[in-house]
Design a protein around this ligand. Structure first.
Ligand code: NAD
Length: 370
């Protein structure tokens, strides 16, 4: 089969790590008989420099015409002094909106080979975890009405300051569409879904919970349970191995997914997917453009390579191909190879290109063995 993939390398280490992912995709194509046609578009600081704006119309059109999109990262000190609406990071919000992406999937897995990097007690690290957080991405309190009003001073009294407010709103259709993404993801994994809310306090959470339970009837293969967000934050530290898929609102998901990512101890390893209606998605590592290490061949390309694996699974339905990439990464880590960010203090490390080549070789080897 032929597939069109739009690449958004962006800034800093973005171009290096996207190049690595493309090398891996080319190898998957050869092994499984696919052709991945890739086209690069400008985004972020690179787009500001070349085209005067962080998200050129060409980029949006190219992404809309592609089967899916792979993004590196944007931003850097060169553009930090620009006004907020002209900064590279603005392109991220713009491209998510243009592609109608309302769900964010963030896996957090503790690799057995990297247990030492886990900040939890050794018996918890030993038990390991492999969970997926599904976060609603374009609703809730981050997008609700907000503002400030002067607080009237008591007669003759001193200035009383201001009142600020943010509003959380969720509609049944908004909850249903993120719920369906989560149920479908749980059905593809071990079939356990935890819906995280604050239904003991918030009305939006009560509608969230009610809607999730109604949806559960359509997914008899998935076992749904509820958890309050404060308990979920605690349980992630106490025993992350109990979770498979968690689904939650925009703000709760923002916080819990960062908490979960830290439990793996390695920002350079974590992939993410943003999905909307249809199969096209936006796939990217969770880290930023790491300007401090850009251009030095020391960035860890694995988060971007695993993002490409998610693209194959969720956008193109190529499960065996996605698993082949994940197994190649496992094999390389098991063999002891490390980039600097995941190497123990006394361990030697290899560069971006060498790590990419090792993963490509592991993919080829497993294909020959199979
Ligand atoms: P960052 O994630 O870029 O870097 C944090 C630290 O982690 C740095 O020390 C960096 O060297 C290291 N690091 C990150 N990715 C790595 C990798 N693959 N391999 C090895 N080490 C890695 O976060 P930051 O420094 O706060 O932000 C840098 C720029 O990235 C800023 O302009 C920020 O706005 C932008 N940013 C972009 C995105 C995105 O594009 N989605 C996300 C976060 C930050």
């Amino acid at each position: 089969m032929n597939y069109n993939i739009a690449l958004l390398p962006g800034d800093g280490i973005g171009p290096e790590i996207v190049r690595s992912a493309v090398q891996v995709l080319e190898c998957v194509g050869q092994r499984f008989g696919h052709h991945f046609a890739t086209t690069s578009y400008l985004l972020g600081g690179a787009a500001i420099d070349a085209a005067g704006e962080p998200l050129p119309a060409d980029t949006v059109q190219g992404c809309l015409a592609a089967d899916s999109v792979l993004l590196g990262a944007v931003g850097g000190p060169k553009w930090d002094d620009l006004p907020g609406d002209q900064r590279p990071e603005q392109a991220l919000l713009g491209i998510r909106a243009a592609l109608g992406l309302y769900s964010n999937l963030r896996p957090a897995r503790l690799y057995p080979a990297l247990r030492a990097a886990c900040p939890l007690r050794s018996e918890l690290a030993e038990a390991g975890f492999d969970l997926l957080i599904v976060r609603e991405l374009i609703g809730g309190i981050y997008f609700g009405e907000r503002g400030r009003q002067p607080l009237p001073a008591a007669a003759g009294g001193p200035e009383a300051g201001e009142v600020a407010f943010d509003t959380e709103r969720y509609s049944t259709p908004e909850i249903e569409r993120i719920g369906r993404v989560a149920f479908a993801a749980a059905a593809k994994r071990t079939g356990r879904l935890v819906s995280v809310d604050k239904a003991n306090v918030l009305e939006t959470s009560r509608l969230w919970r009610q809607t999730m339970h109604r949806l559960a009837d359509d997914y008899p293969e998935v076992e749904l349970s509820d958890m309050l967000v404060d308990n979920a934050a605690m349980q992630l530290i106490r025993n992350p191995g109990q979770f498979d898929v968690l689904v939650t609102s925009n703000m709760f998901g923002d916080i819990l997914s960062d908490e979960a990512s830290q439990l793996t101890g390695s920002i350079g390893m974590l992939a993410s997917a943003s999905l909307g209606e249809g199969t096209r998605g936006l796939y990217e590592p969770i880290h930023g453009s790491a300007p401090d290490i850009a251009g030095r061949d020391i960035a860890n390309p694995i988060a971007t390579i695993l993002s490409a694996a998610m693209l194959l699974r969720y956008s193109l339905g190529l499960n065996a191909e996605a698993r082949a990439i994940e197994s190649a990464v496992d094999a390389v880590l098991d063999s002891g190879l490390r980039t600097a960010d995941i190497a123990a203090p006394s361990q030697p490390s290899i560069g971006t290109q060498a790590m990419t080549k090792a993963i490509v070789t592991a993919l080829e080897d497993s294909g020959n063995a199979g």
